[in-house]
Write a protein that binds this ligand. Structure first.
Ligand code: F3S
Length: 292
């Protein structure tokens, strides 16, 4: 079985930057270091960071001193204000693409426009962007959710991991209402590139393995896109979850990974897939010998 890795897979620019910033901070003798929420949606990486003294916290309530790292998803202004009030140092690892979406949302809200934020309402990135709209943000997951818009002009931004088609449908649906739309495409290239590469891969292989945190939005989307091609698709977090039967009668297997998956985990999964293939072929050879 040939194992083919998608030509764009794994760490994106924003995640790599956040981890580099965190690791540099951890090396400084500058008090405790915290991340507000997991730095990335990958349990192995979060565990590794914890061993280096970077603690995950869920709120600033009990933090009195030290540095708080804002992860690549970004946060709303309320959190930054609270950190400043507590005299905490802030290391802002907000991905520049997310920061751009926040800036656009803020500017459009300041102009007085209702701002449609296309994305998952429960995702921290979306909540962060929403925080910059001063109450003027409206989060929708698709064009189907919009009702009659009363305002003559609206703004649109998107969670960086949204599929382009979803964004285009929303903008069109608003335009069809005769509303003037200030549409800012804030979808990140890394996401699109990974999605395209995963789709191409899924179309040419017998099975696809998608590696990444089970809570990682971009990994889940990769898995969904691959599944929709009809190719059997498995979303795993680590090599231990791979199962031999997935690769039975398989000539070519695909491997892709979310933006929060380190290269070392991708390599480990690839190595294990090759091992399982050898075990499967070994079984088949034995079966054939017994049939004779
Ligand atoms: Fe940033 Fe895009 Fe990654 S928004 S965090 S570079 S997926």
């Amino acid at each position: 079985m040939q194992v083919k890795v998608a030509n764009k897979a794994g760490f994106c620019y924003g995640v790599k930057r956040a981890i580099d910033l965190a690791l540099t901070q951890a090396k400084k003798d500058d008090g405790p270091v915290y991340t507000l929420g997991p730095l990335i949606h990958n349990p192995q990486v979060v565990q590794d960071l914890a061993q280096r003294g970077i603690q995950e916290i869920n709120s600033l309530d009990h933090v009195q001193t030290g540095t708080v790292i804002i992860r690549s998803h970004g946060v709303g202004p309320d959190i930054l204000k609270k950190a400043a009030e507590k005299n905490l140092k802030v290391l802002d690892a907000t991905c520049p693409f997310v920061a751009k979406a926040q800036k656009y949302a803020r500017e459009m809200a300041e102009e007085g426009l209702p701002v449609f934020i296309l994305g998952d309402p429960g995702h921290p990135e979306v909540q962060g962007i929403l925080g910059w709209t001063n109450g003027k943000g409206i989060v929708v997951e698709s064009a189907d959710e919009i009702s009659r818009v009363e305002h003559p002009k609206v703004g649109v931004v998107a969670q960086t991991t949204q599929p382009l088609a979803n964004y285009q449908r929303l903008v069109e649906a608003l335009q069809e209402q005769g509303v003037q739309v200030d549409a800012r495409n804030t979808i990140c290239h890394a996401t699109g590139e990974r999605q395209r590469a995963a789709l191409e891969l899924a179309q040419e292989v017998d099975v696809v393995v998608v590696v990444g945190g089970k809570t990682s939005a971009n990994t889940k989307k990769l898995a969904k896109l691959c599944e929709e091609t009809g190719t059997p698709t498995y979303h795993i977090e680590s090599a231990e979850e791979l199962q031999q039967e997935w690769f039975r009668d398989c000539r070519k297997a695909g491997l892709t990974a979310g933006a929060s998956t380190p290269d070392a985990i991708i390599e480990e999964v690839k190595r294990r897939m090759n091992e399982l293939d050898q075990m499967t072929n070994g079984d088949e050879t034995m079966n054939q010998a017994m049939e004779v």
